[in-house]
Design a protein. Sequence first.
Lengths: 252, 252
Amino acid sequence: MPRYKLTIEYDGSDYVGWQRQANGPSIQEAVEDAVFALSGERTEVAGSGRTDAGVHALGQVAHVDIDNDRLNADKVRMGLNFHLKRAPISILDCIVITDLEFHARFSARRRSYLYRILNRASPPALDRGRVWFIPRDIDAEKMHAAAQGLLGNHDFTSFRSSHCQADSPVKTLDRLDVSRAGDEVHVRAEARSFLHHQVRNFVGSLALVGEGKWSPEDLVTALEAHDRSAAGPTAPAEGLYLVSVGYPETSP
Amino acid sequence: MPRYKLTIEYDGSDYVGWQRQANGPSIQEAVEDAVFALSGERTEVAGSGRTDAGVHALGQVAHVDIDNDRLNADKVRMGLNFHLKRAPISILDCIVITDLEFHARFSARRRSYLYRILNRASPPALDRGRVWFIPRDIDAEKMHAAAQGLLGNHDFTSFRSSHCQADSPVKTLDRLDVSRAGDEVHVRAEARSFLHHQVRNFVGSLALVGEGKWSPEDLVTALEAHDRSAAGPTAPAEGLYLVSVGYPETSP
């Protein structure tokens, strides 16, 4: 039975998140419903990981097994997009996976996120629900310099949601870049995996640095406290995008 | 009585267009309602020109006279944004106009538009209603080269809506650039003023060039026919953005 690897773009605004839940519509459920409409099979679409309610994706990855000889990768992509045409969800890419060990979640080696802050006097019109609006001036260069103090292998308890289900708060952060692009400030984060709310909690604290309320040293002090209450607030979900998920070269 | 010049961003998706109309909500009406909520005055907000249903703006310009001593430019901007907070409309800038002759429409000397085409295999998820989705490959360089044949002073009847209310079909087109930006093809058009549907009709014909169905000569032949039926279809409203409106330096 062929296993398909899907690359998925979505607007998470009107969803409870990636993961199927009883309390509202999820991206996973919408894609699974499209698989059923296309193939007649009720089967799980396994994502690389959850995204929270309101979080978007430019390149979420998932896999699904579909036992249907009339389908191929192109037909799956186009067929799912046809059945998803009323949803803000698009299958950007679909390939057949030959490595039978491939699993969208367990094979993943790298997650890349983008966080968009709109930093101007007036609220967003076109990007409502797509950015965190901060009207006060923030200094992206200071934020970037401070962010470098979080890189590497640390106990990230201070930036971990109390609902996090990870076994350990120790993670290795490979990239945390902050840069200005016109009216926007972009935070780019990369790691093998993240704790629940980790990127949003980084951004909430970095914004304090950007506003001049925190020094770079305050950020390191917060990290070393191993205490969620030592760090800044959680930035809103709506500015966060799962950009891409990386796999070993042997698992395309 | 002070005259305020407003620069306005909006998502036109759920509106009948800029202009107040009986058949549905307009941007103009929403801003006039906000002026009333702020100042208690029912007064016209005069735009630089109409935009069609579904067309967006990054920088529409309008003026409004408000007779209220307690207000100033900053208070008008913030107050209107407060009352517009449930609408996808944002007042980006507000200044007091000292030139009593200034009129957002009649003083305008330049209109700049952007048209966004999403040119990839899969439909938009995050940019639904914000781009024209063309899944077939289009060649932006060919489109740009052909577009240069439309520059200058011409009778643009072939690219004019039958509902156009302009006195003359003769206009001077100053810029029509086509360029690729990743998965998108951008068309940028500038002129003192445009006929109704002129930019969307340009784009509809340029797409035929981009797909290889039309040669650059076909585009010139269409222009010279002075006949709407000689040109290509009207591109959808949702890809079009009014980027900015220019005024003489004496009218800031």
